[in-house]
Design a binder for this molecule. Structure first.
Ligand SMILES: NC(=O)c1ccc[n+]([C@@H]2O[C@H](COP(=O)([O-])OP(=O)(O)OC[C@H]3O[C@@H](n4cnc5c(N)ncnc54)[C@H](O)[C@@H]3O)[C@@H](O)[C@H]2O)c1
Length: 343
C-alpha cells in the first residue's frame, strides 16, 4: 500500500483526487492539509485520513509515499520541490509552476531525488483523445495542415470551492495565469501531444473582457485569450480559451488534414467525427469528457501509481508540463509585448 497526502482540499480534490485515491486499491488516503480546516475536514470525513496542522508537517511525514499538490498555482512549485526533496513522489496540478525557471527546478528536484513527478494535464487521458492520437499517427488522414482548439466555460468562480469572484483564480498574485493557466495549458498540452511536434512560434491576444470583483472592478487577470501557434514543421492553429462562455461549455478540437477533418467533441452526437474530403463521414462513440457540471474519472492518479509500482516513465512528467507551460507563458508574453514570440 502507498500512503497519499493531499495539499489543498478544493474542488479538484473533492471531484477528482480524493475519489480517485479512494478507488485505487493500492492507495490509502493518509492525510490532508488545507488552510481552511472545514475543507480538509470535509475530505477526511467522506473518505479517510488525518488533518495536518501545517503544510510542512504533511510534506515531512515519513509515512507518506505520494503527495498531491492541488493548491492555487503560486504554491505548485515550492510545495512540489519540498515534497520531492522530502523523498515523496508528486502529482502536481496544472499549470505546473509560476514560471519556466521554477518548472525546471521541479524537474531537477525529481531527478536528484529519483522520484516521480507527474503533472495533472489529464486531457491526454480522455479515451477520444487517445483514439485521436492513433488516427493522426496512422496518417490515414494524411498530414495535419491546420487545427483549432477551444476550451471555454462560464467561469472559474463557479467551479472553485469559493463559489464567488473572491476566488484565488481571479487573483494574479496566486493564480499567475488566468483562463490561460486554467484552460489554455490543457489545450496547449493536448495539441502538442496530438501533433507530435514542438511549437516554436506564437502570437496572441490575452485580455480581460468581462469578469469583475464584487467591487465592480475588472479582475486583474485574463478571462479570454485567442492565440496562434506554429509548430516546427509549420502547422498553424488557433487556441482559444474563455471564462465567459455563458451560453455553454466548449471543449473541442478540430484537425484539418490532407484527406479530411478530425472533429473531437465538436459534434454533440459523438466524441469523434471524421469528415472525409469525399464528403463521407464516420463517427466514433468512445468515452466522454468532464464538464464543470458532470465529472468523470481523470485517470491521473492511477497512471502515477502504475508508473511508481512498475518503475516506468511517467507519461505526463515534468518535461511535458514544462513544454505546455512554455507555450502559454510565451502567449502571455506575446500579448504583453504585442509581438510574435519565437522560442
Ligand atoms: N486538472 C484539471 O482538470 C484541473 C481542474 C480544476 C483545477 N485544477 C487545478 O487544481 C488546483 C486547485 O484548484 P481547485 O479547482 O481545487 O481550486 P479551489 O479554489 O476549488 O480550491 C483551492 C483550495 O486550496 C486551498 N489553499 C489555498 N491556499 C493554500 C495553501 N497555501 N496550501 C494549501 N491549500 C491552499 C483553498 O483553501 C482551497 O480549499 C489549481 O492549480 C487548478 O489549476 C486542475
Amino acid at each position: 500500500m502507498l500512503n497519499v497526502g493531499i495539499i489543498g482540499c478544493g474542488s479538484i480534490t473533492v471531484h477528482r483526487h480524493a475519489p480517485e485515491v479512494f478507488q485505487n486499491e493500492n492507495l490509502t488516503l493518509y492525510g490532508v492539509y488545507d488552510p481552511i480546516t472545514a475543507h480538509a475536514k470535509a475530505i477526511v470525513e467522506k473518505y479517510s485520513g488525518k488533518i495536518y496542522e501545517t503544510v510542512d508537517e504533511l510534506i515531512n511525514d515519513d509515512n507518506l509515499d505520494i503527495i498531491i499538490v492541488a493548491t492555487p498555482n503560486k504554491y505548485h512549485g515550492p510545495y512540489s520541490i519540498a515534497a520531492l526533496n522530502a523523498g515523496k513522489h508528486v502529482l502536481c496540478e496544472k499549470p505546473m509552476a509560476a514560471n519556466l525557471e521554477e518548472a525546471k527546478e521541479m524537474i531537477e528536484a525529481a531527478k536528484k531525488n529519483d522520484r516521480k513527478l507527474m503533472i495533472g494535464q489529464n486531457q491526454r487521458l480522455i479515451p477520444a483523445h487517445i483514439k485521436a492520437k492513433q488516427i493522426l499517427d496512422s496518417k490515414e488522414l494524411g498530414k495535419i495542415l491546420t487545427f483549432q482548439t477551444v476550451f471555454g466555460h462560464r467561469g472559474a468562480e463557479r467551479w472553485s470551492i469559493a463559489k464567488s469572484p473572491s476566488t484565488w483564480f481571479f487573483n494574479k498574485e496566486e493564480a499567475i495565469f488566468g483562463a490561460m493557466g486554467d484552460l489554455g495549458v490543457h489545450k496547449a498540452d493536448l495539441v502538442r501531444w496530438l501533433v507530435g511536434e514542438e511549437f516554436v512560434k506564437v502570437s496572441s491576444f490575452v485580455s480581460v473582457r468581462d469578469k469583475k470583483y464584487k467591487s465592480g472592478d475588472y479582475i486583474n487577470i485574463d478571462d479570454n485569450a485567442v492565440c496562434i501557434l506554429q509548430s516546427e514543421s509549420g502547422i498553424v492553429g488557433t487556441l482559444a480559451v474563455s471564462w465567459t462562455y455563458y451560453g455553454g461549455e466548449s471543449n473541442a478540437t478540430i484537425f484539418n488534414c490532407e484527406k479530411g477533418a478530425l472533429w473531437l467533441f465538436r459534434d454533440p452526437e459523438a466524441p469523434i467525427k471524421i469528415k472525409y474530403a469525399d464528403g463521407s463521414e464516420t463517427t466514433i462513440k468512445i468515452g466522454t469528457i468532464s464538464t464543470n457540471d458532470k465529472q468523470v474519472t481523470s485517470g491521473v492518479v492511477d497512471l502515477l501509481v502504475d508508473s511508481i509500482l512498475n518503475d516506468t516513465k511517467v507519461l505526463i512528467d515534468g518535461y511535458e508540463g514544462y513544454k505546455a507551460l512554455e507555450i502559454i507563458a510565451n502567449c502571455v508574453k506575446s500579448a504583453e509585448t504585442g509581438e510574435t514570440i519565437k522560442f
